[in-house]
Ligand binder design. Structure first.
Ligand code: QUE
Length: 346
């Protein structure tokens, strides 16, 4: 079993713990396979009543191993991305279909791949330090790990707002947004953990705190109006027309991200509203394989995670200059890859 994932049984729980703190628990292929094996074993173990995933050392999980995918692509390894994303998305589907309660304790960063291994579970517990985000447009990827299915189903247009801008939902806001199910104080986690393994998931309700107000409550009208628009251009126009500080900041953030990625992310979120989770994951796999071979993705990962200069040179550089035909071509029908077919069969 992979050292970066600890797996053990404790009381009623089948426990899975992420142990790659130096990379903020970002998921590599070995970790994904270890989690999936553990899920399979616990699902049929009659002594395991529920699964419990956590990462107590540092954050929850910062995402997927996009640095590794970039390195493989630069070394001309074209199959690495497909193998990685196929395994990751199969795990996301397995969590959604898990026959037992699946409890994620999220205390700290939970982005991208971290959302994929928590939000599809039945119980997502956020502490005041939990920070959920889908920041992929910043590295010219897109909201994946089943969030093309999930984000369009969040209240109002919050999911489009999150998926296009990378906006963070912190603490109780994650519950308001529908990403987490319970808000628990960080200081209560040791007692919650002890009660969970002893008595099972029914104890969670007793630890849940009343929710403080949603910090985005005042911004909801502008978020919902702008991000329900039928095109990226219309989102921009509605934000510009609003004139308020929140709308102007949001516009500025959208302009920092890969213009192409904002467009292809919008397209897959719109389509995801009408897909099942397996269909959404299959579409995500087809898109992930394509966009991770583009210079835009190399540049995004370079600017955010490799050189960390946060000064990417996007091409085209402006949202207005993205060719709709180039975006459409990414979604053109092509014969499904074997991994894609396997996802759709589930
Ligand atoms: C967008 C992303 C990711 C990101 C930052 C973004 C992502 C990811 C990481 C990450 C962070 C810290 C690490 C690490 C990876 O950051 O997917 O290995 O130590 O994995 O803006 O999509």
């Amino acid at each position: 079993m992979d050292q970066e994932v600890q797996v053990w049984r404790e009381g009623r729980a089948g426990r899975i713990r992420l142990q790659r703190p130096q990379a903020l628990n970002a998921l590599n292929l070995g970790m994904i396979q270890s989690i999936h094996e553990a899920l399979n074993l616990f699902s049929v173990d009659p002594d395991v009543h529920f699964l419990l995933i956590d990462a107590p050392e540092r954050g929850f999980c910062a995402g997927g191993d996009v640095r590794g995918i970039r390195a493989a692509a630069l070394a001309d390894d074209r199959s690495a991305a497909r193998i990685f994303f196929a395994a990751e998305y199969k795990l996301n589907q397995a969590i959604a279909a898990c026959p037992k309660p699946f409890v994620a304790l999220v205390d700290g960063v939970c982005m991208g791949g971290g959302i994929g291994i928590s939000v599809h579970g039945s119980h997502r517990i956020a502490t005041e330090r939990a920070m959920f985000a889908m920041p992929e447009t910043a590295i010219a990827l897109f909201p994946d790990v089943g969030t093309s299915y999930l984000l369009p189903r969040l209240p109002g247009a919050l999911g489009f707002y999150m998926g296009l801008t990378g906006a963070r939902m912190v603490g109780a806001d994650a519950v308001h947004a529908g990403l987490a199910t319970h808000f628990v104080r960080r200081e209560s986690l040791p007692a919650l953990e002890a009660a969970l393994v002893r008595d099972g998931v029914a104890v969670v309700a007793a630890f849940a705190e009343p929710l403080p107000a949603f910090s985005l409550a005042a911004a909801r009208p502008v978020i919902d109006l702008a991000f329900s628009a039928p095109s990226v251009a219309d989102i921009m126009a509605r934000l510009a027309a609003d004139g308020g500080a929140f709308a102007q900041e949001t516009l500025a953030i959208l302009r920092l991200h890969s213009p192409s990625a904002v467009h292809w992310s919008f397209a897959i979120l719109r389509a995801g509203a009408h897909r099942s989770l397996p269909e959404a994951l299959a579409a995500e796999l087809a898109l992930a394989v394509q966009v991770t071979s583009l210079p835009e993705f190399f540049e995004g990962v370079r600017a955010v995670l490799v050189d960390k200069d946060r000064a990417p040179h996007w091409q085209p550089a402006r949202l207005e200059d993205v060719d709709p035909a180039a975006i459409n071509a990414l979604f053109a029908d092509r014969p499904p890859a074997p991994e894609t077919a396997a996802l759709s069969d589930r």
